[in-house]
Design a protein around this ligand. Structure first.
Ligand code: P6P
Length: 338
């Protein structure tokens, strides 16, 4: 008898988690369901971006005279609209918005979570069909329930994250979601229109063979980074599974590959950009939370990313993230740089 493998949907997974964790109120699960629905809507638009290009250059009017919204603006609006109408989120901090978006209504003001997000990271790659991603992290509010969310709710170090995840819009669309109970991957089944558990209990291999960096900036990297990259380069010549350099230019795609197969990704500071390019709150913290819970490491070259106390919503940070043993070797180079 042909057994149809019953895949657990994201909703079924969150309900199972609720059953296993009776004290849970279901708010976090509800928030995740809202995020998942918004990302399914984003997925539809990302997958038809080329058509939109045919119909009209992104961000301008199409042949029907309709305004074609830039995809990162669409993604931002889709997520904010969904969260504003959920009953689980008091407000959002987005890479696309200068300031926090507070959902100042009685129900939202009583929600205990706020969300930080990069609605569509790597959106510059859309025009050439390279994988891109939505990144989010969820924090418990520090301001009193019943009142509107405040900036302090959002300016918390990454170690205060309750849950974080990303959706990668690639050869398939997949959500990776992490809580302190583990990291799990859900692949979107287009025939069902549901994210289904495809990668339970993801762990980051302690070592890998892939290193990711933008070599165009090599001359601007600190000496310890250059020394480590030279070690990686030497290992590309080793017998028995040499290292290889891979850099997609879309952080979610690079880090996702390394999370699954092992590897290290870095966006170091440079002479022209000492803090690097990546945003601490929207990109570095959520990815660090996920990779660390999977057994990897993530630092700014000196301290764990999630220990950095943020001063500004949009501050940037150098980021080194990936397999434990590779991160330790890098740390040795940084410590001994003269
Ligand atoms: P560069 C995309 O714009 C992004 O923010 C990350 O997703 C990616 O890793 C990085 O920038 C690439 O930046 O300077 O190497 O092109």
């Amino acid at each position: 008898m042909h057994q149809v493998r019953k895949l657990m949907t994201l909703d079924e997974f969150t309900i199972q988690e609720l059953r296993n964790f009776p004290k849970a109120t279901g708010e976090l699960s509800g928030l995740l369901r809202s995020i998942g629905l918004a990302c399914k809507r984003i997925n539809v638009e990302v997958n038809r971006a080329g058509l939109a290009d045919i119909l009209g250059a992104m961000g301008k009017e199409n042949v029907q005279g309709e305004e074609v919204q830039k995809l990162d603006e669409f993604a931002n609006d889709a997520l904010i609209d969904m969260l504003n109408h959920s009953i689980y989120c008091a407000g959002v901090g987005s890479e696309e918005n200068d300031d926090i978006v507070v959902f100042d209504d009685p129900i939202s003001n009583n929600s205990k979570y706020v969300l930080l997000m990069d609605p569509l990271d790597g959106s510059g790659n859309i025009d050439v069909n390279v994988s891109i991603g939505t990144i989010f992290s969820i924090y418990k509010r520090v301001s009193p329930l019943g009142s509107p969310a405040t900036k302090a709710d959002f300016l918390q170090p990454g170690k205060m994250i309750v849950a974080a995840g990303y959706v990668i819009y690639g050869s398939s669309t997949m959500m990776v979601y992490a809580t302190r109970r583990g990291v799990n991957g859900f692949t979107l089944d287009p025939s069902l229109g549901e994210f289904c558990l495809s990668h339970p209990d993801i762990t980051c291999p302690p070592a890998g063979k892939v290193y990711s960096a933008n070599y165009g900036n090599f001359g601007q990297y600190r000496k310890g980074v250059q020394d480590y990259l030279k070690i990686c380069e030497a290992k590309t010549k080793e017998e028995g599974g040499p290292y290889t350099e891979r850099y997609i230019g879309s952080m979610v795609a690079d880090i996702h590959r390394n999370l699954i197969k092992g590897g290290i990704f870095m966006y170091p500071g440079t002479i022209s950009r000492p803090k690097g390019k990546l945003r601490l709150m929207y990109e570095c913290n959520p990815m660090a939370f996920i990779v660390m819970l999977a057994g990897g490491k993530a630092t700014n070259g000196e301290v764990d990313i999630i220990d950095i106390v943020p001063e500004d919503l949009h501050e940037r940070s150098p980021m080194f993230i990936g397999s434990r043993d590779m991160m330790d070797e890098l740390a040795g180079c940084l410590k001994n740089e003269s």
